[in-house]
Design a protein around this ligand. Structure first.
Ligand SMILES: Nc1ncnc2c1ncn2[C@@H]1O[C@H](COP(=O)(O)OP(=O)(O)OP(=O)(O)O)[C@@H](O)[C@H]1O
Length: 266
């Protein structure tokens, strides 16, 4: 793959005797979208936590925008750079936001850290982010408790995008939402990718979501990759017995967003 935005090679993670991830390798194209699917406990979240830097790999390498991020760093400059490469949105919109901070303040804080600028420039960027995720002015001024689950997840997505990452990891990010809100957030995510050129790693056990949002997929089982290919091929013509089993719940074919690759990391 020419100039991938994310490259994972031989990734391995053991927690004591438990091998959570074993020899996982994949690449993500710039502006692309890759799904990681697999049953509960197959190692998906551990892969995501290693990519974002919340967990240290036992072995293997992770490169984003060509830069190694496999080892921890104490440097603020390096942490800031890494945060601009990869951000993550978790599943639970109820616990991921600080209840003492309004949406505006929580976005402004990240804009200040990553972009700086004057108060009016920061306010303009907060308004831009709110618009990108479809939050109106009242919702943007609100405290998180005053927002619904879907609105909170939009805030979590805006916070992740505030760092202007090249890669956004979505770890079951729509799983806690009810079906109609889930559809809205999925459409929003597709639109954001079109508008910003950000790349997605989508972790999901919901194959309808995977089909809607990704072009490539890997299937994990027991910490290993058992199948990988285009999402359409993996879902429609699975080669591995386990993928066939997963596919028992496969949804109707959905639409796929066009992708608009970015030309550079900076
Ligand atoms: N901090 C930890 N300490 C010990 N074991 C862990 C830790 N984190 C994960 N594991 C183990 O690693 C394995 C993979 O877990 P992981 O959460 O990555 O799976 P998953 O595919 O994301 O599952 P789910 O879909 O249920 O979230 C599991 O056996 C889990 O119990």
């Amino acid at each position: 793959m020419p100039d991938p935005v994310l490259e994972v090679q031989g990734l391995h993670k053991a927690f004591g005797d438990v091998v959570a991830v074993s020899d996982v390798s994949f690449s993500l194209a710039r502006g692309g979208s890759l799904a990681i699917v697999g049953e509960s406990g197959s190692g998906k979240t551990t892969v995501a936590r290693m990519i974002v830097g919340l967990e240290r790999p036992t072995a293997g390498t992770i490169r984003a925008c060509g830069e190694d991020r496999s080892r921890p760093t104490a440097s603020t400059r390096e942490r800031r750079r890494r945060a601009r490469e990869v951000q993550i949105v978790f599943q639970d919109p109820y616990s991921s936001l600080d209840p003492r901070q309004s949406v505006t303040r929580s976005l402004e804080e990240i804009v200040r850290f990553h972009r700086g600028g004057s108060a009016s420039e920061r306010a303009a960027r907060v308004a831009e982010l709110a618009e990108l995720v479809g939050l109106d002015e009242r919702q943007t001024r609100a405290m998180p408790q005053a927002l619904s689950g879907g609105q909170r997840q939009r805030v979590a997505i805006a916070r992740a995008l505030a760092a202007e990452p090249q890669v956004l990891i979505l770890d079951e990010s729509v799983a806690a939402l009810d079906v109609s809100i889930q559809a809205q957030v999925l459409n929003l995510l597709a639109e954001i990718r079109e508008r910003t050129g950000v790349s997605y790693v989508l972790i999901s056990h919901d194959l309808a979501v995977v089909r809607q949002l990704t072009e490539e997929a890997i299937v994990m089982r027991g910490g290993r990759v058992v199948e990988q290919g285009t999402t359409a091929r993996v879902l429609d013509d699975p080669q591995d017995d386990y993928t066939r089993l997963l596919r028992a719940s496969v949804p109707r074919p959905g639409w796929k967003p066009a992708r608009r690759p970015r030309s550079s990391c900076n």
